[in-house]
Design a protein around this ligand. Structure first.
Ligand code: XMP
Length: 476
């Protein structure tokens, strides 16, 4: 019988290092065959971890968020749209409102879209003005005509262009600065809107130089789909709104239903990269790659809310699973995402040194401000709920969001649990610690690039006493 090891069983032996500052190491890595991210971390497609708030922060900080699928199709694509609209140098299709509307319509539209301004257009879609929340401040009567409170075109400074590609970043910055503007609409000779530049977007661009963006300068985002019911309709809609990567994951990814779904998605949407999983073996990895996977998600049962191994007796300790999956995937030049069981930044370093190109995190992010769900207080402590996607609660709520999904809860055998996680504040602070740990770990291995970590990785197995010694243990 083979021996299976996990993160707490091993350490990486320190190597000679010529790295002077950990800042000099490069944390860029491949997430999938065609997508590169700037730090090797993605947030899990779980309903207590990733919706648009988390995904925006993840992409701003150089990683990526995967929007979970326990949402209706409409809700899920709205989450993707929010990420896609969060950063723009130029907003190509700014939200507009017809000039014939009233203040009530403006408020409703702003609330639904989560925005603070709208461009006002006539029936021909020509720019007529702009309305912002400031214009609404002292207006209590929702029936007042929009036209009476908006800033009209005559008072607006616009830039005339035929196409948004004619606009230069520095030039736009100068116009905004000189005229003390918040917004700069781009229009053509006929007054048709060609885009919108906002000070906020320019500030964000400067604030997050490490952000992961698509070819149109928008933040990148992934979304999860299932293998049954509305998955094709869901995929078509997600692709339509510009999702960058799809994740098809089921608990037992080495299965015919996953392979069939993967074939179908890759043949109907060949231009979108697909991450497939979860698997924990060489054979599983090979079958998924043969079916078209652009990245493999590795992990059966290591997650913080998982009880798969207890319920089914199946699984592979995560470090061994990563090494096995990577052996096959590396040969096929397909990246592996190590998913689940990461408790410390050191575990990320071990996962990368074992061959993974990135890691997926759930519990480390579930207590963050940006994860979905309210912060609760119990015994003076703030916390957030974290639940496995195969938990009883998660399964029960799925009936409302997935078309055609039916489940008899009395027969349901959960493979996940619900728990609480102490509130951790902003995800940026958590990420800074994790990325700092990865950088130091790379320095201990003497490597500047993530892909070189396996070459210098010399794992040593430790006893329980070794693990005890690894944790703080000074006596009082
Ligand atoms: P961590 O350890 O970061 O793991 O909390 C996150 C990963 O756990 C997986 N996951 C589950 N696994 N039952 C399982 O066996 C579940 O209910 C469940 N929910 C999530 C998933 O791969 C996630 O990314």
């Amino acid at each position: 019988m083979r021996e299976g090891l996990t993160f707490d069983d091993v350490l990486l032996q320190p190597r000679f290092s010529s790295i002077i500052s950990r800042k000099e190491v490069n944390t860029k890595t491949r997430l999938t065959k065609n997508i590169t991210i700037n730090v090797p971390i993605v947030s899990a497609n779980m309903d207590t971890v990733t919706e648009s708030g988390m995904a925006i922060c993840m992409a701003e900080l150089g990683g990526m968020g995967i929007i979970h699928r326990f949402l209706t199709v409409e809700q899920q694509i709205n989450e993707v749209i929010k990420v896609k609209r969060a950063h723009n140098f130029i907003i190509h299709d700014p939200y507009t409102i017809d000039i014939s509307q009233n203040i009530g319509d403006v408020k409703l539209s702003m609330r639904n879209k989560g925005i603070h301004s709208l461009l006002v257009v006539d029936s021909q879609k020509r720019l007529k003005g702009i309305v912002t929340t400031r214009d609404l401040l002292f207006e209590d009567d929702d029936n007042v005509a929009l036209e009476t409170i908006m800033t009209s075109l005559e008072k607006l400074i616009c830039k005339k262009v035929n196409h948004y590609s004619e606009v230069d970043f520095e030039d736009a910055k100068k116009i905004l600065k000189t005229n003390k503007l918040e917004k700069l609409p781009l229009i053509d000779e006929q007054g048709m809107i060609k885009g919108l530049i906002t000070v906020k977007d320019i500030e964000k661009r400067l604030e997050f130089p490490n952000a992961v963006k698509d070819n149109n300068g928008r933040l990148m985002v992934g979304a999860a789909i299932g293998v049954k019911n509305d998955y094709l309709e869901r995929t078509a809609e997600l692709v339509r709104v510009g999702v960058d990567v799809l994740v098809i994951d089921i608990a037992h990814g080495h299965s015919q239903s996953l392979l069939d779904t993967l074939y179908k998605i890759k043949s109907e949407f060949p231009h979108v990269d697909v991450i497939a999983g979860n698997v924990a073996t060489k054979h599983g990895t090979l079958d998924l790659i043969s079916a078209g996977a652009d990245a493999i998600k590795c992990g059966v049962g290591p997650g913080g809310t998982c009880i798969t191994r207890l319920v089914t007796g199946s699984g592979v300790p995560q470090l061994t699973a990563i090494m096995d999956c990577c052996e096959t995937a590396t040969y096929k030049d397909i990246p592996v995402i190590a998913d689940g069981g990461i408790k410390y930044s050191g575990d990320i370093v071990k996962a990368l040194a074992a061959g993974a190109s990135s890691v997926m995190l759930g519990s480390l992010f579930a207590g963050c401000e940006e994860s979905p769900g309210h912060t609760r207080i119990k015994d003076g402590q703030k916390f957030k709920v974290y639940r496995g996607m195969a938990s009883y609660d998660a399964a029960a709520s799925r009936t409302n969001t997935e078309k055609g999904y039916e489940i008899n809860m009395t027969d349901y055998v959960p493979e996940g649990v619900e728990t609480t996680i102490p509130y951790k504040g902003k995800v940026k602070e958590v990420m800074d610690q994790l990325v700092g740990g990865i950088r130091s770990g790379m320095s201990y291995l003497g490597v500047n690039e993530i892909e070189d970590m396996t070459k210098n990785a010399d794992f040593i197995k430790m006893t329980a006493a070794g693990w005890h010694e690894s944790k703080p243990h000074a006596q009082k």
